[in-house]
Design a protein around this ligand. Structure first.
Ligand code: SIN
Length: 286
């Protein structure tokens, strides 16, 4: 009987979010997900890149407990935190602000030596319309490259940093959310293979992104750009994308190795607030 119940629990009711990226998982209460059920959710996130769960009513405490059961929390060095729940990064745009956090294609924390596995993002305040998040599947993007390009990037590494984004004088400092961010004094930098193998699925994934990957290792920025732009162009192909349309109670869990994401900034005059917990990852290899 127990076996039967376990089998039922891992048989997730799900449907694709888009042909190449994402999955919606039904009939799960994330606050209670553990054991075999959590393992099945992990597998779905690793394979599809992002999983969407509706009607969750996840409290901040349940959000933190879920992340701990998943495997550990990486505190983001830049986003605002709250005193009550310092594990939760607040991704907020006030009604009067122009700039949002994460409003360009990126992969979280790729500038770390051991990049974060992914995130659990909970919708707290949503605009009446807009504020969707786009995801791109980096396994699909890799597969779609022509054979010459695949040969060209075999064995290459790339350098990632967040210094031009978050440091004093960086991209965010020029905007109206610069004052809310932390970590302007930090220096970051990490080298990863251009193509990594997913630590769990073994799938080949393109692991460069336009926000944090600045050079191909050993080349100047100018010499790196033509190849990087070619790889980014494939990942920008909407064929590889999925769109998460948020509703009250929506939670997404994504995998930073399998996906890029981009928070659309198309809801000026309205507030949007999301709670993000960043999940601990592992060192990446080709
Ligand atoms: C992010 O983590 O980049 C923000 C995602 C979002 O706000 O939709």
């Amino acid at each position: 009987l127990i076996k039967g119940r376990e089998r039922m629990a891992v048989d997730l009711k799900s449907e694709p979010l888009a042909p190449q990226c994402g999955v919606t998982i039904h009939d799960i209460r994330l606050a209670e997900a553990e054991g075999e059920t959590l393992d099945a959710i992990r597998r779905a996130v690793f394979e599809h890149g992002v999983a969407v769960f509706r009607d969750q009513a996840l409290s901040p405490e349940e959000h933190i407990e879920l992340a701990k059961r998943w495997g550990g929390i990486d505190i983001n060095n830049y986003f605002p935190l709250t005193d009550a729940h310092p594990e939760i990064a607040v991704v907020r745009k006030a009604a009067g602000q122009e700039t949002n956090i994460g409003g360009a294609w990126h992969t979280d924390h790729s500038y770390d030596q051991v990049p974060a596995m992914g995130s659990i993002l909970v919708a707290r305040t949503l605009p009446p319309k807009g504020g969707d998040t786009l995801f791109a599947h980096m396994g699909a993007a890799y597969d779609a490259l022509d054979e010459d390009t695949k040969r060209e990037i075999e064995g290459l590494e790339a350098f990632h940093t967040a210094d031009h984004v978050y440091k004093e004088g960086g991209i965010y400092a020029q905007t109206d959310i610069g004052g809310e961010l932390r970590g302007q004094d930090l220096t970051t930098g990490a080298t990863h293979p251009v193509v990594v193998r997913h630590p769990s699925t073994g799938r080949k994934l393109l692991y460069v992104n336009p926000s944090f990957t600045v050079t191909i290792a050993g080349r100047s920025r100018a010499d790196s750009l033509p190849l990087l732009e070619k790889l980014f162009a494939e990942a920008r192909n909407p064929q590889h994308h999925a769109r998460v349309v948020w509703e009250p109670g929506t939670v997404t869990i994504w995998d930073n190795r399998t996906t890029w994401h981009n928070a659309l900034n198309d809801y000026h005059g309205h507030a949007r607030e999301m709670h993000r917990i960043t999940l601990t990852g592992e060192k990446l290899a080709a």
